[in-house]
Write a protein that binds this ligand. Sequence first.
Ligand code: 5RP
Length: 228
Amino acid sequence: MSQKRTMTQDELKTLVGQAALQYVVPGEIVGVGTGSTVNKFIDALATMKDRIKGAVSSSEASTKRLTALGITVFDSNEVAELSVYIDGADEIDARGYMIKGGGAALTREKIVAAQSRQFVCIADESKLVPTLGKFPLPVEVIPMATQRLIRQFATLGGRATVRLADGQPLVTDNGQHLLDVTGLQISDPLAFESQVNQWPGVVTVGVFAHQKAHVCLLGTAGGVKTLK
Ligand code: 5RP
């Protein structure tokens, strides 16, 4: 008797990466996010590279992968508007609000999302949460503001630590540092994002509420579920 095998998280990422191709408009430039799920999308996008003009990328890592696969990467300043931006998430709720930045690319991700008419989030089902905040919230900061911002997050009940790489503060593609904040329950993502964005020294907060997902392709044991 044959038994149905549960798909691994990696297989679910491949599934949603491929499913996202249906949102790519032939002849146009597509916005491309960052992360292991997006890497599956980039690999799938390579199969239709002759039918698109190219991509605007949200990180040096994605640019490298796109270029290696023969997909032209445009500077975001060269393109006024994109019809679609495809990216992953660290957490997403049923309204399309997300935490992003686990891959340190949140600032450029928000920039490309802001120039796109539609944000399609691709994620495996482990990313769907009732309330944002269990995943440590990434915040890109100007290094001279780090200690004050750590104290400011403490007033909201958050514990912020500097993200390290090889024992040193990680330096983002934009030359800045990252805080990861635990202990938050973000019940009003729009208000939270607006509030933290105003703190001097914050470059970008990893709550994507003003640039939320319009569609989420969720990889589940039963296949790809589309949440709108
Ligand atoms: C990178 C991101 C990613 O989209 C997020 O971390 C999800 O990554 P993955 O697909 O590897 O789980 O925001 O800054």
